[in-house]
Design a protein around this ligand. Structure first.
Ligand code: SAM
Ligand code: SF4
Length: 436
């Protein structure tokens, strides 16, 4: 979502004369778009700011002003601290206010001197209604935010506090954006939301549409060849989404459905609002319509109160389901969240050992899954150029990365590729031609 937001910031700034540059050293403005989800990400902000400060000082020596801004969820949660700790930061603004960038910039650079700005409101107006049409160059794959914020309040998570309450865009604006992305070359569109399957936006007929209905409409855009969505919540899986997986060939057989833990006791303490049994039933529903669906998930290891047995339940769940990819994290206490006050903390060395064990299993599953494609032909959308000439990067329908021997003109196209080898992260192969 931060990638999407950064692209939209470019869209707002372009008419003001800004273009994006590859390095910060001689930039007129640097925006750090930050993540607050775990402590590690937050810590990075201050070390990155230290480096940016060096560039700013260098610029000042040459008589240039460099504006330094901190955006995103760290800005939202720790705006005051940033302004206090880093005097050279000119602007701090949260994820729901970046449509106001022109006004903020006018204040920072205005005739009345340089006021430092902090803007962490949750404005009543909806930012999507104020953003200009997107113009940033897109590649063959693109993100499209359809839903933001969260009302679930899992006890470990900052999102409801930093992104605000749940909001769904209307279908007309989403479809218009998807058409423009397709006209700019996007072929694979990933719909984004903190709880993307909780989408309930106004439809073209004035009724409320769920995610499945929206996907059907987007599939009618001819140049959009593939549709994905992330991240889903197990509680919000509606029948219309399952039916879309059954009926819409452009909807890829890939599902990222975070479970977090395999223990019902821990899920309750996390306020996840689902149990393992219901999670398994949900997965079965997807498999009943798309048996080859690739499953991925998120796991938090070492949540307060997690015993060896709770961890074993997570390990067993992973063994039972078999994920093709996954993200696993050590629990990180986030200030202001209910879990941050919980007792019964798990020791760091115990967390480390459990995470390592789980990751070995997840890596093994990913490798086995990838190796099962060796010798087979897979459909690949080429979405990236490689440093090695004569190779393109792409993704299979199952969202697995693949590096293939392919002509550059195949960029943006869907091609059959013969898989020759496989690692844990990616497949390798060559484009199928009539001769092979
Ligand atoms: N809305 C999604 C859901 O309900 O599963 C998750 C969105 S969250 C931005 C992405 C992932 O970050 C979560 O699934 C969780 O595994 C991880 N995460 C969130 N808070 C965390 C914390 N305090 N410590 C460790 N991992 C965390
Ligand atoms: Fe965070 Fe997802 Fe829970 Fe919302 S549902 S609070 S985004 S983990």
């Amino acid at each position: 979502m931060n990638t999407y937001d950064a692209r939209r910031m470019e869209d707002i700034l372009r008419p003001m004369g800004y273009t994006s540059v590859a390095t910060p050293d001689t930039a007129d403005m640097v925006i750090l778009n930050t993540c607050h989800i775990r402590e590690k990400a937050t810590d990075k902000v201050f070390s990155d700011l230290g480096r940016i400060r060096e560039h700013k000082l260098e610029q000042e020596k040459n008589g240039h002003q460099m504006i330094v801004a901190v955006a995103g969820c760290v800005a939202q949660a720790e705006g005051d601290v940033i302004l206090k700790r880093a005097k050279y930061v000119d602007m701090v603004f949260g994820p729901q206010t970046y449509h106001q960038l022109p006004e903020m910039l006018a204040k920072v650079t205005g005739a009345y001197g340089s006021a430092r700005i902090i803007n962490t409101d949750f404005p009543v107006e909806e930012k999507f209604d104020f953003l200009p049409q997107e113009n940033a160059v897109t590649g063959a794959t693109a993100f499209l935010s359809i839903q933001e914020g969260c009302d679930k309040f899992c006890t470990f998570c900052v999102v409801p506090y930093t992104r605000g309450s749940e909001y769904s865009r209307n279908a007309a604006s989403i479809i218009a954006e998807a058409k423009r992305l397709a006209a700019n070359g996007a072929r694979d569109i990933t719909l984004l939301g903190q709880n993307v399957n909780g989408f309930h936006g106004e439809g073209l007929d004035g009724k409320t549409w769920g995610l499945g209905r929206l996907i059907r409409e987007l599939a009618d855009i001819e140049d959009v060849k593939r549709i994905r969505y992330t991240t889903s919540h197990p509680c919000d899986v509606q029948d219309d989404l399952i039916e879309a997986h059954r009926d819409v060939p452009k909807l890829m057989p890939y599902l990222h459905l975070p479970v977090q833990s395999g223990s019902n006791k821990i899920l309750k303490a996390m306020n996840r609002k689902h149990e393992i049994e219901t999670y398994l039933e949900t997965i079965e529903k997807f498999k009943s319509v798309q048996p080859d669906i690739a499953l991925s998930s998120d796991f938090i290891i070492g949540f307060p109160g997690e015993t060896d047995d709770d961890f074993e339940a997570t390990y067993d769940l992973v063994k039972k389901i078999g994920f093709t990819a996954a993200f696993s994290f050590k629990y990180s206490a986030r200030p202001g969240t209910p879990a941050a006050n919980m007792q019964n903390l798990v020791r760091e060395d115990v967390k480390d050992a459990r995470l390592q064990r789980l990751q070995s299993l997840l890596f093994e599953q990913a490798l086995n899954y990838n190796q099962s494609f060796i010798g087979k032909t897979v459909e690949v959308l080429f979405d990236g150029r490689q440093s090695r000439e004569g190779q393109l990067h792409g993704r299979t329908r199952y969202n697995t990365a693949i590096h293939a021997v392919a002509n550059d003109r195949l960029y943006g196209q869907v091609m059959d590729v013969i898989v020759e080898s496989a690692g844990q992260m990616a497949l390798h192969g060559r484009v199928k031609t009539e001769g092979n």
